[in-house]
Design a protein around this ligand. Structure first.
Ligand code: ASP
Length: 597
């Protein structure tokens, strides 16, 4: 039987009771974590989002009826108790903030009973994630998830406060739009009023925030849902949240300045972590050369070395062929891993195949300086010595090489570097290494489409000093684009935008859009640009990823209240689902699923 709240008022949350309140009477409400009946005395751990408080029910403090009720308490019952705050008589629990206190209860109401939950509500649950997601409302009671969502809330609140203080206005942009220029597939929403037409859900507010700059709002921020219908990878969600911003009359340094102060503020306020400003900057080219990645993890070294020059005359076909066809040979030195068993090295060879590499060549140097190598027989001894020297190979080191097109070598060794760091336990979650990656290429060659595509988006400003190469060598033109990277994860990115007609037109031409196509897609932005447009730039963070790194969660699902799984479905509500005939009719839609689906 569920009792009411009539006449009751909660004093505070469980873990908000302090030692100063010893002797006072308080009223607490929450969920029963566990109840232990020791005959004449009943102990209950009461839980709410603040933590746990121990309750004591003893005949005499509480009337007989109340004591009998306490005897019925089971996990997840929702109760209200009134009682006296006391210093703990039994063992003090140093794991709890309230570990030195307990409440001697004088009254109890059972506000709601609970069935036995399918899994225990406890920290570090071992229950399978599918079960936890199906019962997400229970999962969300667990202290680790509650902490994550509280940090997320603070990030949002502090961001708003900080940005308001910097003169940013919070402005909402529409969710039902035409379509955004980012590369991914749109989620679409059918229009009932205009049968046969569709809205798209925004992949980002990109065009709208640029329009707001044209309208003079100067500094815009929004914490906003974005939607991308991509084939999901482990750490992607079909809907995710951005901290999105745009600023007028600025260049790269202005965007970087306000953002690194924002990051330093958030990390200081929430984690007590001091972020050293200015944050280190590295060009895209340097990142690729040194780390094989445009989001390098700087918590450890193990840098890539280009050894093409060293091996250029050798007879080893793998190296030779790569060099002849314009590729490179690069290596990394996994220090101290020279004793790695052959089987484990073979696993690394398989690992890089996922990144398009054909394999890995290796030299394992023993402690006595002798070495085993997969390719020594094709090399002269002095060539081997030169190669080991170029890699700073010492006794006990493992040298690994990839030879291929640059892009393949970077991807393979970049990923291998992270994999080895994981295996060698070099990744300290308590260390936060930020990096600005700058000067991205403006364009990226798409093998599939046989044309250049915009690496960031078509409105990204080229670097002034490279613009004269746009016809002769478009691939070499760099952009005023930047990413902010934390511990090997891109947490945000943005760019200075093109605000000049002639550059924008040329850009569309290079991207292979006719004037008509460009106007069809982005007409309202191009039109706005005709009526006075300020130079502007912006950036967006992935809030989910940022919070994930802050709370050191393993997955973004752990920082999203109601996440979806890899196939974009929600295991709890069972979305997506069919809609009924009537809805389809109203929308003038017919479903036609091909057989193979
Ligand atoms: N709209 C971009 C994105 O979602 C960010 C930006 O350029 O401001 O990646």
């Amino acid at each position: 039987m569920a009792e009411s709240m009539m006449g009751l008022k909660r004093s505070c949350r469980c873990a908000e009771v302090t030692k100063n309140q010893i002797g006072e009477t308080v009223t607490l409400m929450g969920w029963v974590q566990k109840a232990r009946n020791k005959g004449g005395i009943i102990f209950v751990d009461l839980r709410d989002r603040s933590g746990i408080m121990q309750l004591i029910f003893e005949n005499g403090d509480i009337d007989e009826e109340g004591f009998a009720k306490a005897g019925k308490l089971r996990s997840e019952f929702v109760i209200a108790v009134t009682g006296r705050v006391e210093a703990r008589t039994g063992a003090v629990n140093t794991n709890l903030t309230t570990g030195e206190l307990e409440i001697r209860c004088t009254s109890l109401r059972i506000l709601s009973e609970a069935e036995t939950p399918p899994f225990a509500v406890e920290e570090n649950s071992k229950t399978r994630e599918e079960i936890r997601l199906k019962y997400r409302f229970l999962d969300l009671r667990r202290p680790d998830l509650q902490r994550n969502l509280m940090v997320r809330s603070r990030v949002a609140q502090l961001t708003r406060a900080f940005m308001a203080n910097e003169g940013f206005l919070e402005i909402e942009t529409p969710m039902l739009i035409k379509s955004t220029p980012e590369g991914a597939r749109d989620y679409v929403v059918p229009s009932r009023v205009h049968p046969g037409t569709f809205y798209a859900l925004p992949q980002s507010p990109q065009i709208f925030k640029q329009l707001l700059m044209c309208s003079g709002y100067d500094r815009y921020i929004q914490i906003v849902k974005c939607f991308r219908d991509e084939d999901l990878r482990a750490d992607r969600q079909p809907e995710f949240t951005q901290i999105d911003m745009e600023l007028s009359f600025v260049d790269v340094d202005d965007v970087i300045d306000v953002n690194e102060r924002l990051l330093a503020y958030l990390f200081k306020e929430i984690l007590g972590v001091e972020v050293q400003l200015p944050i280190q900057r590295m060009t895209w080219q340097e990142c690729m050369d040194r780390f094989g990645s445009d989001k390098p993890d700087l918590r450890f070294g193990m840098e890539l070395k280009n050894v093409s020059e060293v091996v250029k005359d050798c007879e080893f076909a793998v190296f030779k062929n790569a060099l002849v066809s314009g590729g490179t040979v690069r290596g990394i030195n996994a220090e101290g891993q020279g004793g790695m068993p052959r089987k484990k090295i073979d696993k690394l060879v398989d690992f890089v195949k996922d990144y398009g590499a054909k394999g890995l060549a290796y030299i394992a140097i023993a402690e006595d300086g002798s070495f085993k190598s997969s390719f020594a027989k094709f090399m002269k001894p002095e060539e081997m010595d030169a190669l080991i020297a170029a890699m700073d190979g010492k006794p006990g080191d493992l040298l690994l090489f990839a030879a291929d097109k640059n892009t393949v070598v970077w991807a393979a060794l970049g990923a291998l570097r992270i994999e080895l760091a994981r295996q060698m336990d070099l990744l300290d979650k308590n260390e936060y290494k930020f990096l600005w990656v700058t000067e991205f290429p403006l364009l990226e060659w798409s093998e599939e489409e046989q044309r250049f595509t915009a690496m960031h988006h078509p409105f990204t400003m080229p670097m002034e000093e490279d613009w004269d190469k746009i016809d002769t060598d478009p691939g070499s033109v760099r952009a005023k684009a930047y990413d902010i990277v934390l511990n090997g994860t891109e947490i945000g990115g943005g760019s200075v935008r093109i605000h000049q007609d002639d550059i924008q037109e040329k850009m569309f031409e290079v991207l292979g859009f006719t004037k008509e196509q460009a106007w069809e897609r982005f007409g309202f932005l191009l039109n706005a640009f005709k009526y006075g447009v300020p130079p502007h730039a912006g950036l967006a963070y992935g809030l989910d990823r940022l919070v994930m790194l802050m709370v050191q969660a393993d997955s973004i699902r752990d920082v999203i209240a109601f996440p979806k799984v890899k196939d974009a479905s929600d295991l709890m509500s069972e979305a997506p689902a069919a809609i009924d005939e009537k809805q389809l009719k109203e929308l003038c839609l017919k479903v036609d699923i091909p057989d193979e689906a």
